[in-house]
Design a binder for this molecule. Structure first.
Ligand SMILES: [Zn+2]
Length: 296
């Protein structure tokens, strides 16, 4: 599972890879093991996936995937899944992604940002401080790539604050450094980029409309809306021979799986290896960082 790359238009951010690093990872895991998306879906549906079979996935329609990763895939004649959320295609800035770029551009590291975030003067400052004091470390404990403080931050962001409250704090913070529109330049792909990816044999899949941080906390109707709007966008613009999805932020519940089945989705990926063996709507994925750790 890949997200960010750097080089070209795109700054280096946490966990981002260069083209060379991507090539090293591909060679390390072994070209012969990497299936084309269609092949992966076919084998999965027939229960014929072998232990060693892998596929490549990209989430979040980031322009760096097109500019930096796609040429590497092409050089190896590899094809991949691209899971797309639709909001950026309709001019709606996804603040989660903008905030990630903001934090990386203006702070030395996560701890540097966290100190500023905690002391930022907002109506929610006391609520946040209390939540952090009482945080038991359990939230997202299945994701060891996050430090304790990063999990506390995500807990505050996803569970304690409403989305608009978190955005109010972050937008206020950003105003002291830059403008949202400037941050948004060259972050996301457009339909034209996706058309090119599709033409090259890659498979485009669902990833919700607005990329909620915690889909499982939404009502079934809200979840249906998220995926319906996403489906309407992608099915109108692209040929989707196999309907596939990945769960945004790896968050989902029974309702989500039913919504996906209703829409006709054949397989869906989580973002953790812990879901191995749970079936084709919770297919496990490994974050590229784990592969890099093994390579060291
Ligand atoms: Zn995502």
């Amino acid at each position: 599972m890949f997200h960010h790359f750097h080089g070209g238009h795109t700054q280096k951010i946490w966990g981002s890879l260069t083209a060379d690093r991507l090539a090293e990872i591909i060679e390390f895991v072994g070209l012969e093991r990497i299936l084309k998306p269609e092949e992966w879906v076919e084998r999965c549906l027939k229960g014929k996936l072998k232990e060693d079979d892998i596929c490549i996935t990209f989430d979040d329609c980031l322009l760096s995937q097109f500019e930096i990763a796609m040429p590497v895939l092409e050089s190896y004649n590899l094809k991949a899944f691209f899971f797309i959320y639709s909001a950026p295609f309709f001019g709606e800035l996804n603040r989660l992604e903008l905030y990630r770029f903001f934090i990386n551009r203006f702070f030395l590291d996560f701890n540097d940002f966290w100190e500023v975030f905690l002391s930022f003067n907002s109506p929610y400052r006391l609520i946040i401080q209390k939540a952090v004091e009482q945080f038991d470390g359990n939230y997202l404990k299945d994701f060891p790539i996050y430090s304790y403080k990063e999990r506390a931050w995500r807990y505050v962001r996803d569970v304690i604050l409403k989305r608009e409250q978190y955005e109010k704090i972050m937008d206020g913070l950003i105003a002291g450094y830059t403008e949202l529109d400037l941050l948004a330049q060259n972050i996301w792909m457009t339909n034209r980029h996706l058309q090119k990816l599709q033409k090259l044999g890659n498979l485009i899949g669902l990833h919700s409309y607005s990329h909620p941080t915690a889909m499982s906390l939404l009502s079934k109707e809200e979840q249906r809306k998220e995926y319906k709007r996403n489906f309407n966008h992608l099915s109108k613009e692209f040929f989707l021979p196999y309907l596939t999805a990945s769960h945004p932020s790896s968050s989902y519940n029974k309702d989500t799986l039913n919504v996906l089945k209703d829409i006709g989705v054949l397989i869906a990926f989580s973002a953790t290896m812990k879901t191995a063996g749970r079936g084709r709507y919770e297919l496990p994925r490994q974050e590229q960082r784990y592969v890099q750790e093994v390579m060291l």
